[in-house]
Design a protein around this ligand. Structure first.
Ligand code: PLP
Length: 377
């Protein structure tokens, strides 16, 4: 069993992917070839966002977004500590300070009710993360941002394909950033990412920053980066789009099935195993299917012994990480700390079979009952 099965997907799409790759090899425009703009146009139509700018990775998408907003040393950016490191990394790289706001215990997304209290005259942006594939409370966050004249960047690296009140993730705020890392809901075969915005001036700045800040070749109007997504990776995502709607439905079906099976299993209905909530006004693409268990490490060990791979997203909140502790200004986020000790992600992906899923839930039930009693701090 794989944690994420990419081989079945390739087998299903082999002809289309191989043909797309061959076409790039034939025309030879490996950098900024026609597939780059073709993908951007398809993703603009798919998300409803006015502009899509493909970039080298999800991390680069976040960095270029902050650069386009003019984030500088001394600025503050409000975000969550319970995320992949890249979210805060790009803030610190620009000399700004991440201001960490705690999460909701049931969704693991930033708690909007805590945001306003940390806004200062130095605050320049709010950067929520749509964790595990479920959009954050974007309406509440956008309302606070509008009141204070701040832009909102959705870190949608895990939520491409999800929707929120009928709109697509990545098109829910000033800027949306996603990743095409192979294991993300829409992955390429290497590194890739995209930025979405409805703002013409920001889009222009992002397109320039992506290519060393040049307005035209060798005329540099701003400081930029080498941040392009290569043509071959764009071609692969284009081929994968044909199956993406089916994959999203399949992810939702498997997510619902996991929830029902785990809830139906009485042993798992205890305080020893709980499920995150997906709000009824939005959908999750379950980039990860994550549960909360007591004795997480013991449960994971038992699953791994039965050849069921697991992962922990994430074991340490960023304000507790050695590299970010100082920058975080000693922020205290008890919910993040509590959750970080209990989360474990189970195998997930559009090609996970029901038989395997049943086996995972059975093994989880056994592992939870066998380890119940020994408490996590
Ligand atoms: C994966 C991820 C990123 C970074 O994306 P890369 O393409 O790996 O650079 C950023 N934020 C979150 C929440 C992610 O899950």
């Amino acid at each position: 069993m794989h944690f994420i099965d990419l081989k079945t997907q390739y087998a299903a799409l082999k002809e289309a992917i191989d043909a797309r790759i061959q076409r790039v090899l034939d025309h030879g425009q490996y950098i900024m070839g026609p597939e780059v703009r073709e993908l951007e146009e398809k993703l603009e139509a798919w998300t409803g966002a006015k502009h899509c700018i493909t970039v080298a990775s999800g991390t680069e998408a976040l960095l270029i977004s902050l650069m386009a907003l003019g984030i500088r040393p001394g600025d503050e950016v409000i975000t969550t500590p319970f995320t992949f490191v890249a979210t805060a990394e790009v803030i610190v790289l620009l000399g700004a300070r991440p201001v960490f706001v705690d999460i909701q215990p049931d969704t693991c997304n930033i708690d909007p009710s805590l945001i306003e209290a940390v806004i200062t005259p130095r605050t320049r942006a709010i950067m929520p993360v749509s964790l595990y594939g479920q959009p954050a409370d974007m309406d509440e966050i956008n309302a606070i941002a509008a009141k204070h004249g701040l832009p909102v960047i959705e870190d949608a690296c895990q939520s491409f394909g999800a929707s929120y009140k009928g709109k697509k993730s990545c098109n829910l705020s000033t800027i949306g950033c996603t990743s095409f890392f192979p294991s993300k809901p829409l992955g390429c075969y290497g590194d890739g990412g995209a930025i979405f915005t409805g703002d013409d001036a920001l889009a222009k700045a992002m397109r320039e920053i992506r290519v060393h800040g040049q307005e035209r070749r060798y005329y540099h109007t701003r400081v930029g980066v080498g941040g392009r997504m290569d043509t071959l990776q764009c071609a692969i995502v284009l081929a994968k789009l044909d199956r993406f709607d089916w994959e999203i439905e399949r992810r939702k079906q498997l997510g619902t099935r996991y929830n029902n099976l785990i809830t139906a299993n009485c042993q798992l209905q205890t305080a020893h195993c709980q499920l995150p909530t997906v709000h009824s006004d939005r959908t999750s693409v379950y980039a990860q299917f994550t549960v909360f268990v007591e004795n997480r490490d013991a449960v994971a060990k038992r699953l791994n012994e039965q050849c069921i791979p697991t992962a922990v997203h994430y074991p340490v909140p960023l304000n507790q990480q050695p590299a970010y502790k100082a920058a975080s200004g000693g922020s205290v986020t008890p919910v993040s700390e509590h959750v970080a000790q209990r989360v474990v992600s189970l195998p997930m992906g559009p090609d996970l079979g029901f038989v395997d899923q049943d086996r995972i839930v059975d093994a989880l039930g056994q592992a939870v009952s066998a380890t119940a009693g020994t408490q996590t701090a």
